[in-house]
Ligand binder design. Sequence first.
Ligand code: ATP
Length: 305
Amino acid sequence: MTGRTAVTVRVPAKVNVQLAVGGARPDGFHDLANVFLAVGLYDEVTAAPAPALRVTATGPDTDRVPLDRTNLAARAAELLAARYGIAPDVHLHIAKDIPVAGGMAGGSADAAGALVACDALWGTGASREELLEICAELGSDVPFSLVGGAALGLGRGELLTPLEVGGVGAGAFHWVFAVADGGLSTPAVYAEFDRLNEGVDVPEPEASPGLMDALRAGDAAALAGALSNDLQPAALSLRPSLAATLSAGTAAGALAALVSGSGPTTAFLAKDAESAVAVADAVVASGTCRAARVAVGPVAGATVV
Ligand code: ATP
């Protein structure tokens, strides 16, 4: 113990600006070329000393967040404690703002946040490499939640290469996220992807050079033309009503609209902050989503506050 009473870590959501999915491998996983962008919607994870591991959560839809040891934040604390031969006696409180099961890596964010918070609380002093190893063990999207910014993820998405984003530094791009009612299970969306692609020779996933150029230039119009999500047809097949949300955002002037990751959150790239507010108002007014949130990206990964 470091003598600290509590440590709070803020962790961003992500949007996939490219999600290229290969065919199902013999082990059931898919190879991905995944370009992540961290966006300014945050969960906060607070770690405080406790007699035993305990998880609590507040925020929208937290009735759908498990509070037992299957919570990814609890698993992160257990893995770190096991590595250092200590007991994972900690109270993890998650103040949730990232949509639950929304395709924005909320659970992964909580795992990365818990890891950084416990490392600081316990004074374990794990190196960045060790933390990233534990993240990769926890899930494909967890390493990115730790590092934030923009990155290309290969393999199952966990082999990360940071990407440079031009423009005015942090917050170069303006986004709107439309939150749908209910979640979509990521495994169910991949199963639908496999069903839709049965008998199809799915090409090897490759990062798009045009997309990387657009990010490097901080050019929103070019990025809009290069956005892609191979899971979108599967998410739309499972949730056809998302098409109306996508159309409402485009009609209101969004440069581009796509499903975020495995959905059902939809993402809209706007020209500027003002246009983002107009798009957010329009998608809510269309009555096709529950709420809309405006956020900039890229932003930093898990950070002690
Ligand atoms: P991704 O974009 O990485 O595929 P997601 O954003 O669609 O994930 P999550 O919010 O991470 O989905 O939640 C997926 C499921 O994981 C939830 O339905 C829940 O059962 C479980 N889960 C475990 N830990 C957490 C957590 N800390 N927060 C939210 N869900 C969690």
